[in-house]
Design a binder for this molecule. Structure first.
Ligand SMILES: N[C@@H](CCC(=O)N[C@@H](CS)C(=O)NCC(=O)O)C(=O)O
Length: 324
């Protein structure tokens, strides 16, 4: 979560919006970023058992930001499973304001279609008037009960692939049973070294923390490059959840993490296997539409703590449409 706001960040405390207040967002002893945990963890089930949220077409909505890799995971899974007509979606503007994510008219963003709220934090207090925590995306929203179901992308991914998948048009399994242990271990590793590693590099408060994060990032990229010597996807011939998790970081790498987050030992473009893999996934049906480089660049480069002038670099030139 845009750990960008390690210093002057914003959040809800007992239902009230707070600016420049930092009770939860910690920096570790080494100056490294410590990520908060998500607070809404209800599950949608086949029959509504346990939480009262039943998987039904048209009932749920995803509130997302296209800049956000965690939100983009869920958008990718929705496309891969053919759930576009089952779960509706809307996008906030790419900049985090002093009131957090904002709905608006920035190209590729839009209003809150359900309540016409101005900011994402209003969704949180609508669901729980006493909520404490950051107002993050993604959000899985139940239109029927008009409440927030879950704000943890890892949970949402699993729900899309389990209870929602039978409602979709593309019968694929992103979490194949025989490979679950390997998949979850890889997901975990990717999260620590790469998905969150780039943020640990970008928002490091000490040279030591930065050095360690960058080592993690490039050791992970090196390992994945080798892994892809023999495979189309990380676990073999079929795309799984691990590929979604890797893709969302790769697609932001040269545009944002290489420059702004100082992950500049190498460009992603210099990795042959990873570049072909990125193109291969980008060219799958519905995936290019989940990637908005304008939102990615405008959003990341608007982080004042890292880029006080707000100038957005013109490059790099990226073209994943090229045949792989
Ligand atoms: N654990 C969450 C993290 C989501 C997250 O960090 N989202 C960021 C955007 S990339 C956010 O909304 N940040 C707003 C804030 O921290 O105030 C998930 O994976 O769903």
């Amino acid at each position: 979560m845009p750990q960008q706001f390690v210093e002057d960040y914003t959040m809800l405390y007992q239902g009230k919006w707070q600016q420049n207040w930092n009770p939860y967002q910690k920096t570790g002893d080494n100056g490294d970023f410590v990520r908060q945990t998500s607070q809404f963890r209800s599950q949608v089930t086949h029959d509504g058992r346990d939480y009262g949220f039943k998987a039904e077409p048209g009932r749920y909505h995803l509130y997302l930001a296209k800049i956000c890799p965690w939100a983009s995971r869920t958008l990718m899974a929705r496309a891969l499973l053919g759930l576009e007509d089952v779960i509706s979606v809307s996008f906030v503007e790419p900049f985090l304001t002093d009131k957090g994510w904002r709905f608006g008219n920035y190209p590729g963003a839009g209003p809150d279609p359900l309540h016409n709220f101005q900011h994402v934090h209003e969704l949180y207090t609508h669901a729980d008037a006493q909520v404490t925590g950051r107002a993050t995306v993604p959000i899985l929203w139940d239109k029927q009960r008009d409440t927030l179901v879950n704000n943890e992308s890892a949970d949402i991914l699993k729900m899309l692939n389990s209870v929602f998948a039978p409602l979709g048009t593309r019968p694929i399994n992103l979490r194949p049973e025989p490979q679950l242990n390997e998949l979850d271990a890889l997901n975990d590793d990717l999260y620590h070294r790469l998905n969150n590693g780039v943020y640990r590099a970008g928002f490091a408060k000490s040279q030591t923390a930065y050095d360690a994060a960058v080592d993690d990032v490039f050791s992970a990229l090196d390992d994945m490059e080798v892994r892809l010597n023999q495979r189309r996807f990380l676990l073999g011939e079929n795309l799984t959840e691990a590929d979604i998790r890797l893709f969302v970081t790769l697609v932001r790498f040269d545009a944002a993490y290489h420059g702004l987050f100082k992950c500049n030992r190498r460009t992603l473009a210099s990795y042959a296997n990873l570049s072909h893999y990125l193109e291969r996934i980008y060219q799958l049906p519905g995936i290019a539409e989940t990637v908005d480089l304008d939102h990615i660049k405008a959003g990341y480069y608007s982080v004042k703590a890292l880029n006080p002038t707000g100038i957005i670099p013109t490059g790099p030139e990226l073209n994943w449409r090229a045949a792989s």
